[in-house]
Design a binder for this molecule. Structure first.
Ligand code: FAD
Length: 542
């Protein structure tokens, strides 16, 4: 590991140095999995020497928003519903200056406390990444959101708050016939939350992930400074923050690239029984000119009545043939494609689609089509959310596992995992699709396998109440990870979660040193995003 202390001392911040000399900036030293127990965990090391004085010290701050010190359980919960770390306070900021003042105050108190700060977007993290044990959680959603500014010129963009939800950006930009180009499968996530990870969906093969579709950010660093950054200005911070797991700053504004929006989409699903045929076709499509606008896929293991389920929302191209299709208990692979269109140009669209489909080798009787509005398509996962919430099944534990696998090893992965380690997908969908990494910017903090084409494989499991589901799924996830390691597939976790310094270092590989240097430059006391468990809060002396 490079020396973060030296990196920090090189920084020319005299005022800061007057108050603090760093004693420690280390990585999480042990391998304890604090998330293995789905209760409100209390790690053994007390983070503060005199925690009772902390709330009163926050009360001395002059803020536009406010702190709360009671009923904080919601800040110790996330979508994963596996890790629960109670903070000591929640800041409900109204202004960027509230965030900056709070961080500066925590720096000021650094000699007596190990307080940390976690920005919380919508809390859709999986393993406590937006939590701060006995620290301060910043409820980003309370930040005042000035109306979005949309530049409708040659290079269109929208300026939004870091706490803005992607669904709101979609609705606002559509008023101008524009929309962001790269999405996630679910839009009720915050800009700051997805840009801290990557934001990957079926458009990423063409446009890169969401982090590659940002022109400018406003960030509050771990020094409490409010900094504007872009490719031209403070570029190191800009690329550090993008995919930076919240380690270098809190995103308070983002300028997001836009493109023309269409009104409708043609949504197509076809099935394969051979993985290699399926993946060849996916790779062919992501490399073709004039291809589909969205390309994903999923695995179907040990499911009956699949095509019947589709009929509620998709129409078979040939109903008679489709009704005769039988999967014979085989593993099936579904290729999912979408083409955006304007209804006036439906003829051209149909010709384009016919041509693209003629180049594929799917099982002919399994061609299903649907036509929905652009908004309905992009916001599709919200419908599932509404249904699951009504059945009380949204707030169950979600032991998700997301992996990036290099193309050269995807056949080995499929052979080793589907049907062998994973015997059914009754716990939730398994997505699998390739993206062209050549379209991705390699200056961000995001880590991927080193190949031009990589696959995202997402095991999106839910642990149902009253079963041993959580334990079973977590064991299965570990088997998948063990298999990847043993077979040396060169896989990387997406939305990563590790316990030890060695694991994080291995994850970042050659990017580790840069990551550590950026940490010492922008968050030298390791205050930010402690829930990622990469760095441990440093102690300072005055
Ligand atoms: P949080 O969970 O609140 O925060 C995530 C991390 O970012 C934390 O470390 C937090 O401290 C930090 N953070 C939050 N806000 C900021 C900020 N303003 N500045 C700096 N750091 C911040 N991801 C994909 O890429 N593709 C998908 O298709 C996809 N689909 C999903 C579907 C569902 C149903 C769910 C629940 C998640 C999905 N995700 C997907 C994952 C999603 O990108 C992450 O959960 C992400 O963390 C966004 O959630 P959030 O806004 O609630 O962030």
């Amino acid at each position: 590991m490079g020396s973060p202390v030296c990196g920090f001392l090189k920084q020319n911040n005299i005022i800061f140095l007057r108050f603090f000399a760093i004693l420690v900036l280390s990585c999480i030293p042990d391998g304890t999995n604090l998330c293995s127990n789905p209760s409100f965990d209390t790690p053994t090391i007390p983070p503060h020497s005199s925690s009772s004085s902390i709330p009163s010290s926050f009360k001395t701050l002059t803020l536009d928003g406010y702190f709360s010190f009671e009923n904080l359980k919601h800040a110790a919960k996330d979508f994963g519903n596996i890790c629960h770390y109670l903070p000591i306070a929640v800041l409900h900021p109204k202004s960027v200056s509230d965030i900056s003042s709070t961080i500066k105050h925590i720096l000021y108190m650094s000699s007596v406390t190990k307080l940390t700060v976690a920005a919380r977007g919508r809390g859709h993290s999986l393993q406590g990444q937006a939590q701060a044990y006995q620290g301060v959680v910043i409820n980003m959603e309370s930040l005042d959101r000035p109306s979005m500014y949309i530049e409708n010129g040659e290079v269109p963009y929208v300026d939004v708050s870091g706490s803005e939800l992607w669904i709101n950006i979609l609705h606002e930009t559509l008023k101008y016939g524009l929309s962001p180009k790269s999405w996630t499968d679910y839009l009720h996530l915050t800009v700051g939350g997805t840009l801290s990870n990557a934001g990957i969906s079926g458009q990423a093969f063409r446009h890169g992930p969401q982090i590659d579709n940002v022109y400018q950010l406003e960030v509050v660093t771990g020094r409490g400074e409010v900094v504007t950054c872009s490719d031209k200005e403070n570029a190191d911070l800009f690329y550090g923050v993008l995919g930076g797991l919240g380690q270098f700053g809190i995103i308070t504004r983002a300028r997001i690239s836009l493109g023309p929006a269409e009104k409708m989409v043609k949504w197509i699903r076809v099935l394969y029984s051979e993985f290699s045929t399926f993946s060849n076709d996916q790779e062919h499509l992501i490399s073709s000119n004039n291809s589909f606008d969205y390309i994903e896929g999923f695995v179907v293991i040990n499911r009956t009545g699949l095509l019947n389920n589709w009929r509620s929302s998709f129409n078979p191209k040939d109903p008679i043939q489709a009704s005769q299709f039988s999967s014979d208990g085989k593993i099936l692979y579904c290729l999912e494609m979408v083409k955006y269109f304007n209804p006036e140009k439906i003829d051209v669209l149909n010709q384009d689609i016919e041509k693209l489909l003629s180049e594929l080798n799917y099982i002919p009787s399994t061609l299903f089509l649907s036509e929905v509005s652009y908004v309905e398509f992009l916001d599709r996962a919200h419908l599932s959310e509404i249904k699951l919430r009504s059945k009380g099944l949204w707030e169950v534990p979600h032991p998700w596992l997301n992996l990036l696998i290099p193309k050269s090893r995807i056949l080995d992965f499929a052979e080793g995992v589907f049907g062998n380690i994973v015997k059914d997908n009754n716990n939730g969908p398994i997505l699998i699709y390739p993206v062209n990494k050549a379209k991705w910017n390699n200056r961000t903090s995001m880590v991927t396998p080193e190949e031009d084409i990589i696959y995202l494989v997402a095991f999106l499991s839910s642990a149902l109440p009253g079963t041993d589901g959580l334990e079973h799924i977590m064991t299965q996830n570990q088997h998948i990870l063990d298999f990847c390691a043993k077979a040396q597939l060169g896989a990387k976790q997406y939305l990563p979660h590790y316990h030890t310094q060695d694991e994080w270092q291995a994850h970042f590989g050659t990017q580790w040193e840069t990551f550590v240097q950026r940490k010492s430059a922008y968050d030298p006391l390791a205050i930010l995003a402690p829930g990622q468990r990469i760095f441990q809060k440093a102690i300072s002396i005055t």
